[in-house]
Design a protein around this ligand. Sequence first.
Ligand code: SAH
Length: 215
Amino acid sequence: MEDTYKHKGLRKQLVEQIKKKGISNPAVLSAINKVPRHLFMDSSFLEFAYEDKPFPIGSGQTISQPYTVAVQTELLEIKKGDKILEVGTGSGYQACILMEMGARVYTIERQKNLYIKTKSLLASMNYKPKSISYGDGYKGLPAYAPFDKIIVTAGAPYTPDELIEQLKPGGYLVIPVGVDLQEMKRFIKLDKNNIKEENHGTFRFVPLLSNKADD
Ligand code: SAH
C-alpha cells in the first residue's frame, strides 16, 4: 500500500492537533509525522487513520489513539540506541514510532493471530524490531533484560514486579494502571532499591490479559 501526498497532508494535520493537546517534544512529533499509520489499520478504516482516535485491529484489540501514543512516547524520553521493551505489540504502530526515534525495540504480544499478522507486516516494512515475541508481558522478557525503558500499551490492574526488576538502574517504566480507567504512571528506577513513582493523567486502554490460555 502506498503513502500518498494525501496521507502525508493528513498526517501533518494530525501532528498539529497533537501539538495543541500539549505534546511538545520535536522528536515525538517528527516520528508521528513520518510513520504511515494507515498501513497498520484494516483497510475499511483507512479514511479514519489520521483522526486522533483509537481503532479496532482485530481480536478485540485497538491501535492506540495517536495522542496516547505521543504521551507515552514523550514520557519515555527516548535517546538514540535506547533498548526498549514494549508489552502489547498490537498493530506494531507504537513500536515503529520508537524505532523511528532510533530506539532498539523488543516487543511482546499475547494474542497469537495479532503476533503473526504484525510480524509479517513489519517484515514487509523498513522498521526492524530486535525481536517480536509471542508470550505473556506480565513476565517481561527475561531473556533480553535488562532494558533502558519499558512501555506497557494495555491497562494493567497492577504494576508487575518483573517489569521493575527488568529495568536498568536509571530506567523508566511507563504503564497505565487501573481497571476501567487507568492512571498513566511513570516509575523511575533510581537504583536497585529506590523507585520514584509519578502520575501523568487518566486514560482508557484495553485490558492487559492475565492467565490467558494459549491460542
Ligand atoms: N501498541 C499497540 C497497542 C495495542 S492494544 C499498537 O501500537 O497498536 C494492546 C495490546 O496488548 C493488544 O494487542 C493485546 O493483545 C496485547 N496484550 C494484552 N495482554 C497482554 C499480555 N499479557 N502480554 C502481552 N501483550 C498483551
